[in-house]
Each structure stands twice: as C-alpha cells, then as structure tokens.
Design a protein around this ligand. Sequence first.
Ligand code: SPD
Length: 321
Amino acid sequence: MTQTPIAHADQYKDGWFTELSALWPGQGLSIQYDEILFQERSKLQDVAVLSTKAFGTTLVLDGVIQCTERDEFAYQEMIAHLPLCALETPPTRVLVVGGGDGGVLRELCRYPSIKELHIAEIDAMVPEVSKRFFPKMAVGFSDPRVTLNICDGIKFVSDAEEGYYDAIVVDSSDPVGPAEVLFEEPFFRALHRAVRPGGIVCTQAESVWLHLDIIKALAGMCARVFEGGSVSYAYTTIPTYPSGQIGMMLCAKARPVQGASADADGPLDPRVPRQAPADAVAGLDAGPLRYYDAALHRAAFALPRFAAEALAESLTFAPGA
Ligand code: SPD
C-alpha cells in the first residue's frame, strides 16, 4: 500500500485528492481515496491510480482525472457512438488517437462492420496500467481487429493513406502538456486528410462552463479545415470531469457530391443517428451500453443559450434547431 504521493503532493491531503489545474482556476473536485494503488513517472507524464471511496478505481495523469470506474462510460460511449452512429454507411476502418486506457476502443468494438481498429497512443504506460487496474475498460485490447501503436499520434495520422478512415476519434487529455498539439490546426489538417469524404472526426472538446474561449477557437479552426463539410459540438454529463460536463467537436468531411445521400442535401448532419452500436460483442466482455441511445444522441447537440450564442458563427447547424 503506497500512501505517500511522489508527484503533485499538494493535491493529496488527509485522504482526499483534489484535482487542480490552470485550466480551471479557483475550483477543484475533491474525492476521498483509500489507497494510491500505483504511481510512476512515464517518459511523458505522472501516472497514478487511486482507489477511491465514491468512484472506484481512478486514473490520474499529471494530476488530472482521466477516468473513474463509476462514470467513465458516460464519456467513452458518447465520444465513440456520436460519430460512429452518425455515419451514413456502417464503418469498416476506425482510428483512435490517444485513448490509451482502452475505454473508447471497448465502445468501438460494438460495431461488427469494423474490420480494422487502429489506436495511436503516445504513452506505453497508459495501456499497461489500464490492463492491470481497469480490466473491464481495457477489454478492447484483446479484440483481434485492434492494432495498438505506441507512437506520436500526429505522425501516425500524417502517415496514414489519404481518406483511409471512416471515422477518427481523438480521445485526448486537456490542452496542456503532451496533448496541447492535438488542439492545433496542423493536426486537424492531417485528420482531415486521413478521413474519407463523408467520414467524421470527433475530438475531445472541453467544457462550456470553463473553456468557451478554447471551444470557440477550436470550432472556428475546424470550420476552416472542414470547409464544405460540417462542424458540430455535442456534450455529455460526467461527475468527475471539471464542471461535470465535457464536449466533443464532430467534424464531417465534405462529400464529393452534396445531396448524393438519401437523407441530406447539404453536408452530413451528425445530429441524426443512423447506425446502432451492439449491446453485446461476441467473445468480448464489453457489458451493455449504459449511457448512449438514439434519443440522447439527438439531445447531445442541443446547447444552453449562452453556449449556442458564443459558438453560433462557427457551427454548421444552429444548436437546438
Ligand atoms: N479533463 C480531463 C479530460 C480527459 C479526456 N480524456 C479522458 C480519457 C478517457 N478515455
């Protein structure tokens, strides 16, 4: 049993861990823990696993909560199924950038049509730790369709064949440290190239309560990069992310001939669920879906007025319309 924190010691006090960051100044969620199960410095970041009273086993990178056993599905299901279900044809090739804990992979394994499921994770320690401490979340790594690449995600995406993927999910940590570049234009240009026309890129896009400026800048940049396609912001609720809410930016690449599909005359509208994830995966203990369904898919794009107004200029479809 390890009780003495070796990194971010100011965030551990009297059996409570408090999540502090310059990205949410003046606030910090505190959760009570019994034990620090693991803590090590990888080549890139501080990796810790806590056994917490209210949220079960919890993964913390550089002092920031990435997932807890109790609520991880609220994020992993939504960032995976919103883009995949919005596709007009069943997906066959999908890429995850980041997502080394395997939670998004587990969700993508629910699509029998997928033949190739690639993941580009920069930190080898994250999948190792996840397999050891979060076996239910990491089940996807044993799916034979999955190839795990420990590498720089930007390089992996830049080297991909043009238009190779039906969908790319970018499950990054926050835009400080190793993940900062995953919010910048050169990476989005590479994503745009690697996804097929009519395909969707879905990236972690922070909270409207805390990061409206970041989201606004991201949406504006996405609108430039995905010109002729569409840009939409959706969100999920999750108690252990700052402010209890986190969003996803969904960028659909322009189709060669708009109006070629049965249900649209313009760019692909990701607010419409068209595919369905399976509740059970043969040979894989993924468990049933616990958050996502078609009604929630549509609802996820409806924004509170203050956010809708701030993002109106850059989003393709008026939120809520
Ligand atoms: N503020 C933390 C945001 C983390 C988003 N990514 C989490 C990885 C879960 N698969």
